[in-house]
Design a protein around this ligand. Structure first.
Ligand SMILES: Cc1cc2nc3c(=O)[nH]c(=O)nc-3n(C[C@H](O)[C@H](O)[C@H](O)COP(=O)(O)O)c2cc1C
Length: 211
């Protein structure tokens, strides 16, 4: 704590990390996916709520369920990726607050009575957790291909609607489900020769202000 990580680690996490569309024929084990969650779960979220839910699609069958929802340009890269994660959020995340944020027993009630705050909090924090997933994956030597080009309604219906597995919760009273997709992320070991040259980023003075 208090010391920067070394330059090689910074390269791995940021400077040399790329978004991949083509993948080596190298599998990603379930143990690696567990290690991935065990790292990303430590990233901070509002009220320690951790509203993100992660569906790891590894089998051909689960990828085929996703295929109809994908934008055409995202089909090939997704079907060939060893794993595709649906980063989603649970609109009933506040039910876990008595366990996750016990020092403030009123917090769950606050969310329960304010659906707009639930939605905003769930989306903001699941996006952050998706970012933590990308950085954790890179830290474990994996490569990522994040994607927002897909039909959310189709994904939600196929994977998170009533009667479908819903992360240990009961969807009987939520016919449309209460878990919603945020974005997708392919995971695997990327194929460096397939990369285009790196695109520029805004320089400090265009993206930042020192006040
Ligand atoms: C939230 C998000 C959504 C994205 N959606 C898509 C997508 O639908 N299809 C795609 O090919 N790339 C998608 N990308 C990839 C970006 O275009 C890529 O990360 C960006 O150009 C930077 O590339 P680099 O990491 O190789 O520098 C997405 C990235 C993010 C973070």
């Amino acid at each position: 704590m208090g010391h920067p990580i070394d330059a090689a680690a910074l390269d791995t996490l940021f400077r040399e990390a790329r978004s991949y569309s083509k993948w080596q024929l190298r599998a990603v084990s379930d143990d690696t996916l567990r290690d991935l969650y065990e790292l990303l779960k430590w990233g901070p979220t509002s009220a320690n709520a951790g509203p993100a839910r992660f569906a790891f699609l590894r089998s051909k069958e689960s990828k085929e369920r996703l295929r109809p929802a994908l934008a055409p340009l995202n089909v090939e890269k997704t079907m060939t990726a060893p794993v595709t994660v649906i980063i989603a959020y649970d609109l009933k995340f506040y039910e876990h607050l008595p366990r996750l944020f016990p020092q403030n027993p009123g917090m769950a009630k606050l969310f329960e009575s304010n659906p707009e705050m639930v939605e905003t909090t769930a989306r903001r924090n699941s996006s952050l957790q998706g970012g933590y997933l990308i950085m954790a994956a890179r830290a474990l030597g994996l490569d990522c291909g994040p994607m927002s080009g897909f039909d959310h309604a189709k994904v939600d219906e196929e994977f998170f609607a009533a009667g479908k597995p819903c992360f240990g919760c009961d969807q009987e009273f939520f016919p449309e489900g209460h878990v919603k997709s945020n974005f997708l992320c392919n995971l695997g070991y990327g194929d460096p020769p397939s990369l285009h040259p790196r695109l520029p980023r805004l320089p400090f003075n265009e993206a930042c202000s020192l006040l």
